[in-house]
Ligand binder design. Structure first.
Ligand code: ATP
Ligand code: MG
Length: 415
């Protein structure tokens, strides 16, 4: 991508109408733009990050045997009345058609996926089934001042698994837990598995919490075992680690995902039953697995930054390489920069090329730090004097020179 063609402008200072660090950084650097509180446009750079996050989630869900589909955001009132949640779901956003009829703007999808699967699940032979989607959700959140951490419109991966018995469901729960651990590892995000079992150390209801002072949750963390218990639900048990029995520490955190068995009530509401191997009718057993992909992006921005801007992990960075050309009267400088740019494109490496002629070196460096691409490569008069380019990793202090002939080793295929 040529930076001269990137229509989005970066701000010199953080936006004044944002309180949270993630929004300040992401807006200033041109990743997202606020339309209104809790509602953001994903600009080209931001969409690349979101897509990378969602593709990692997608790959791990597929590996866990879940099958992707896409359910509607607009949902009929009747389905929400069937679960008695039309009036009780706090953050439900409702809308009326001028032709009559009322709708829910989907905050979650039990009201769609249960009746949907009713058509397809009849016999014990039909199980297990796990379906997921990555989709835009709506919630009428009271407070929406945390940037991408709490949106009124946001992105979520939600997965629902269906089983012929609770035992089978509990086994799949472990598969999903493993899959979540893989996802957060690939995102380079330390998301602590946190028991949320409601006063017990039930392993069967878990949140994934990222330690962060700006988080809205409070957890009791065991630093030895990297496990935690949510304070909201924990009672006195939380003072000690369930594993090593050492004392825990109280920490603020961001919930980026959760996995839990679904109550029987949804199956009852929609009469989701099947015939077991003796021909007896039984209620389907189900699990639910949520992960906020846009919240994950906000969490990464919130915890991976310094005074100069964002520091993206390679797996989700908008580009792998930021090539910065510094204006010169010697045409060779641009020619060398273009040569490297073309090589990267040919190798399918993700590269942003700051080819602009009308921006000072100081501004280019400041913007490069703000955007936070893992590797910066500078080609200028000064580097060419030494037949070199300057290389600097975003997460390291010092820059170094690399001979132009050796630059190729920095090109890696975009993931
Ligand atoms: P919270 O307690 O933070 O309100 P929740 O427990 O209601 O979240 P779920 O309904 O289980 O969340 O949603 C699954 C995931 O979706 C959460 O773990 C979170 O990552 C994400 N999520 C939930 N609400 C929002 C929101 N308003 N903005 C962005 N992401 C959200
Ligand atoms: Mg929660």
């Amino acid at each position: 991508m040529l930076q001269s063609k990137l229509f989005t402008k970066m701000e010199k200072t953080p936006p004044r109408d944002e309180e949270s660090l993630n929004a300040k950084l992401l807006v200033q650097a041109g990743f997202v733009q606020k339309l209104m509180a809790g509602v953001y446009t994903f600009l080209p750079l931001g969409l690349r990050v979101l897509n990378k996050i969602e593709n990692i989630v997608r790959e791990e869900m597929n590996n866990a045997g879940a099958i992707e589909m896409l359910m509607p955001g607009l949902q009929p009132k009747e389905n929400w009345e069937a679960t008695k949640r039309w009036d009780t779901f706090d953050a439900l956003l409702k809308t009326k058609s001028k032709f009559g009829g009322e709708y829910a703007m989907g905050p979650t999808h039990e009201e769609v996926v249960y009746p949907l699967l009713k058509k397809h699940l009849a016999s014990y032979r039909d199980f297990p089934v796990a379906v997921y989607q990555i989709q835009t959700k709506f919630r009428d959140e009271k407070r929406a001042k945390s940037g991408l951490l709490r949106g009124r419109e946001f992105r979520m991966k939600d997965c629902y698994s269906y089983h012929a018995s609770d035992e089978e469901r509990d086994k799949y729960y472990d598969v999903m837990k493993n899959s979540y651990m893989n996802i957060f590892k690939r995102l380079e995000l330390n998301a602590v598995p946190t028991n949320a079992g409601g006063g017990t150390f039930s392993e069967l209801s878990m949140e994934f919490q990222v330690l962060c002072a700006a988080g809205e949750d409070v957890i009791y963390l065991c630093e030895n075992c990297n496990v935690a218990v949510n304070k909201e639900l924990s009672g006195d048990l939380a003072a000690k680690c369930p594993k090593c029995k050492d004392l825990t520490n109280e920490k603020k955190s961001i919930e980026v995902g959760n996995i839990f068995p679904l109550k029987e009530t949804f199956a009852k509401n929609f009469n989701l039953v099947f015939k077991d191997n003796t021909g007896k009718e039984k209620l389907v057993s189900a699990g639910c697995y949520g992960l906020g992909t846009s919240r994950v992006m906000g969490a990464i921005a919130e915890v991976k930054n310094d005074d100069f801007g964002l520091i993206w992990p390679k797996s989700v960075a908008p580009y792998d390489i930021h090539l910065v050309y510094l204006k010169s009267n010697d045409r060779n400088v641009m020619a060398e920069a273009e040569k490297f740019y073309r090589k990267c494109l040919e190798a399918d490496a993700g590269i942003l090329f700051d080819d602009r002629d009308d921006v000072s070196a100081g501004s280019k460096f400041a913007e490069s730090d703000l955007i936070g691409i893992p590797l910066r490569v500078v080609i200028s008069d000064r580097t060419l004097e030494k037949e070199s380019a300057e290389i600097k990793k975003r997460n390291e202090k010092n820059a170094g020179l690399v001979k132009l002939d050796d630059l190729d080793s920095y090109i890696s295929k975009d993931s």
